[in-house]
Design a protein around this ligand. Sequence first.
Ligand SMILES: [Zn+2]
Length: 383
Amino acid sequence: MPIVSLRPLLEASNKYKFAHGGFNVNAISQAEAVIGVHEMFRSAAILQAADLANGFMGGRKDFFNSTLEDKKIGAKRIADAIRKIGENSPIPIVIHLDHGKDFDSVKAAIDSGFSSVMIDGSHLPYEENVELTREVVKYAHARGVSVEGELGVLAGVEDHVFSENSTYTNPMKVCDFFKKTGVDCLAISYGTMHGPSKGKDVKLRKEIAIASMENLKHEGIFGALVSHGSSTVPQYIVEEINQLGGNIQNAFGIDINELRSVIPHGIGKINVDTDIRMAVTRNVREYFINNKDKQNSEAISEIWKLMNDKKEAFDPRYYLTPIMDTLVTGVEPNQDISDISNCIRKGVQEVVGSLIVNFGSVGYASKVEQVSLEQMIERYKKM
Ligand SMILES: [Zn+2]
């Protein structure tokens, strides 16, 4: 099945009132597993790579210093891999850029084969955000590629995105933003937060979503809302990591019931990254503890060492750098490295599977219209 833009998924989620998960990928095995679980549950899949994650996929261990060239290599690599894995898949698949930071990064992703992009101008003054987003929409829609914007600022850390304080999205401005920019969907700030420490018992300001959607409806404008920073941080996984020698403190996510309660109010896409990292970390720790001889394996002992040097680490991009080649190419040269790759796959299956069920996208793959990017070009012209 061909790669599609995000637009037909958003139309389906708006119509049937469910949400698609947007799942971040930083390794080829992770992409395989995300697609596999979505096939199992007959749900369309959104695989997303953050701007700097493309630097990592480009081979930069110190991905925070990635150049545009690194990102281009990485973006092409992950997009090609997803196309190949999804070639004969029965479900629609979206390759989405998460938190594109400027026009050049977005252009690099589109030129590399991404079918959807986010441009995050939320740190800019309103009019500049509109201007940048409009420029991106023009380039993207002319290629059949969908665009996600952001309005309002989320607190927390996510790759290069860091903000100490949040500013809730003003629903009065949402409609104006859709109208002026032509975006397909918009990330709003309504109480979620990037990173693993969102605080206990976070309540989401769902009235922001309700008011935004109501305004759009009155104006006859199509739009879907996106919930960033929405990991649930399952407490059983945190406990298991700590029982296995890790040290994760004060990690709390958004309660799954709280998330479920906002979905009917126009939240069509929910981004999750931290949960996958946590499950993978638990699996890798468990593997080394259950297979003590592997702690001295030539191929992977360095991973175990890194994990123990930094017990609070849960980002696989930190401790899996000794098998960097496998992460970015998918080639598994020996059994020990395959075992670690399976830890990644199983972590994805556990977390993504349960979220697909909770977000309600099970079985909706067939309700997502199969519109090629070429057909989308024509549709966007008429909008
Ligand atoms: Zn985000």
